[in-house]
Write a protein that binds this ligand. Sequence first.
Ligand code: LCS
Length: 393
Amino acid sequence: MKKKNLGINSRMIHAGEFENPLGSATVPIYQSSTFIFENADHGARCFSGEDDGYIYTRIGNPTIHALETLVADLEGGAEGIATSSGMAAVNTLYMALLSKGDHMISSAAVYGPSRVVMEQHWSRFGVESTYVNTSDVEAIKAAFKPNTRMLYIETPANPTMEITDLKACAALAHEHGALLVVDNTFSSPYLQRPLELGADAVFHSMTKFLNGHADIVAGMIVAKDKALGKKLRSMMVTMGCNMDPHQAFMVIRGVKTLGIRIERAQQSAMKIAQFLEAHPKVEWVKYPGLESHPQHQLAKEQMFGFGTMISFGLKGGFEAGKILMNSVELAILAVSLGGVETLIQHPASMTHSKMNPEDRLKAGITEGLVRYSVGIEDIDDLIEDLEQGLAKI
Ligand code: LCS
């Protein structure tokens, strides 16, 4: 039975290449910084690329390779490049694909540091950027310039939950000679596969769903074709933002349960979103599964499920949100997302606090927005927790 013919749940458990001379059931941790050459000629052949033997863990490592080939398989790409964190993946993409004088267009609502690093640091090296509401295709069209080299999309967006039409973005980017890069952190390949919709590269903060247990920080880029993969890998190796073998082992372990974790959590997310929408103290709820979500139809078309992330605003604004965050007992007050534990946080003062306040508001990240990442606890407990927290407002 060929592994590539298997469904995604089977591939989450069995995909990924690793040499297995001792027949271990799981991928071993090759916790070694360097690898022994058979002789001097072998060493030279490894360096020249004539032999694909391992050299040094920053360049390549069998445990990391197993994870890279696993996630590349799930995303349907040619090459996976593991990085030390999601932000290392972001900076590898920027560094490899943008040069002085180039321009990129990005979703206005993205994970705060992905935008801040571009506006405050890559701008120092002459890279220009424009931020638009990418759920509006016309706004993207209008932002292209002759030097636009990258269209950078986060969908659903952190934390506004806006959805962007990836097929339309791929067509627009390619028409203008630019690459489409998608941050797929909020969905994971289980719920959305941007490469199948025309993206050139997709990446993850694997700190979130792929690892799923709030115990590892990690990133991954998957390139659609080998040539782009080679360029990105070479940049990752040169910048030295490689993953550690133990980190890779942990994520491989996490990916095995990705499907069942998401299925369970998104079932609860739908119920929680409906509960919040009907609650008198709640002003608005953004969850792609709700018919009230402005891009509900698009989410249905390009995603395989509505996910586990909800954002909402309370009638009492930020003060009410603060009371709720201080009152929940089961949900944990912490940043990050996509783990087995339910988390609640306030983007304006936490994950997106370094953004210019005016830009933050323009991007739809209001002072009162509360972000809720649904875990796999019992749904009745989660609702009861929110109910008692909301009652304190
Ligand atoms: N992309 C997205 C969509 C993210 O949510 C994050 C982290 C990153 C990239 C960066 O990944 P990292 O380097 O942290 O692995 N998001 C966080 C969040 O929303 N709360 O805490 C971290």
